[in-house]
Design a protein around this ligand. Structure first.
Ligand SMILES: [Zn+2]
Length: 326
């Protein structure tokens, strides 16, 4: 991708590979009045580190010119270089307050998160498949200890300003997800909230107290909020820049409605628990990509429930979904 310039501000995109299905990830170096900000920090890889340095040097900068890091959300492909950078240069790192226990890999929060999923999968009728996934989560806690962020993180909340850029909370893809809104230039740095060629997953996650949020419902609210900004250019976490995002946001919202309708029809023809519906909706995929599939199905059920299209009844500790008739 080429650099983007407007009213004295220049954005240099840096794109590197990830081991994930999503393929490549973007980070952005933004320069205004000699201030250099890194928005998201890519992968913790030599490829990413080298690409970052190459972009700096090709444009006449070095690491000593970098003044701050802004993080859109806690996922590993967006925070990779934070430790490498802050080990060499102490600069402020900003993220949403909900990011902090996740980025710090706080043991208390991580065990609360595992208990949350244990309870969730049981109540959604996942049985042995849920138990198996919990073992994977426990293993991931041990494996991911290495990704803990060492630097102090400065917490951000909605509507706060960093210079003339406003923080916009856009929960959905992640509970700590924020976007950075430059109203003067109509630029939105959107992380994974809006992507051009793939729809973002609205992952089910607990909040810091361990409560379940209606993630997909929150995601649709965040999309509507973005729509109201009338951005000219969206700088996404993956894929190309998005010009005139209105059409794309409307398409994403329509698609969510269509998928929810399909789930409703499946309930009508006999599907009852979230796990049964996941098996009918994704007959093969539900085994290999268990967590994203369960997130999506539970999200669609929440969406239908919030719109009074279905209701749920607890039987022996498991939620059963039925059509809302009245
Ligand atoms: Zn993400």
């Amino acid at each position: 991708m080429d650099k983007t310039e407007k009213n004295g501000c220049t954005v240099y995109p840096i794109t590197v590979s990830t081991p994930y299905d999503v393929g490549y990830v973007n980070m952005y170096l933004m320069e205004e009045k000699g201030n250099l900000t890194l928005i998201d920090a890519g992968m913790d890889s030599d490829e990413c580190w080298n690409a970052f340095h190459l972009t700096l040097s090709q444009n006449g900068y070095s690491l000593s010119d970098l003044s701050q890091i802004w993080i859109t959300h806690n996922h590993q492909d967006h925070i990779g270089l934070v430790n490498r950078i802050t080990a060499r240069r102490e600069i402020p790192v900003y993220a949403h307050r909900e990011s902090i226990p996740r980025l710090k890999r706080d043991p208390e929060f991580l065990s609360l998160r595992i208990r949350f999923f244990e309870k969730l999968y049981r109540s959604m009728g996942c049985g042995a498949a849920g138990d198996q996934h919990i073992l994977k989560l426990q293993e991931a806690v041990r494996r991911n200890e290495q990704f803990k962020i060492h630097a102090e993180i400065i917490p951000l909340s909605d509507s706060e300003y960093l210079g003339n850029v406003q923080v916009i909370e856009v929960p959905g893809h992640a509970p700590d997800h924020i976007a950075f809104w430059d109203a003067q230039r109509q630029w939105l740095f959107a992380g994974d909230h809006l992507l051009k060629t793939i729809s973002s997953n609205a992952f089910i996650e607990p909040d810091l107290e361990g409560n379940r949020k209606f993630t997909l419902v929150e995601y649709t609210r965040s999309l509507n909020r973005c729509l109201s900004l009338h951005a000219d250019t969206v700088f996404p976490g993956h894929g190309e820049l998005i010009d005139d995002p209105k059409d794309l946001i409307e398409r994403r919202l329509t698609r969510i409605g269509q998928k929810a309708e399909k789930i409703r029809e499946m309930i009508q023809s006999g599907g009852s628990t979230a796990y049964e519906l996941a098996q009918s909706y994704y007959p093969t995929k539900y085994i290999h990509v268990f967590a994203p599939v369960m997130s999506e199905i539970i999200g669609l059920l929440d969406y239908l429930e919030m719109n009074d299209r279905i209701k749920k009844i607890l039987k022996n500790g498991v939620w059963h979904y039925e059509l809302q008739t009245s």
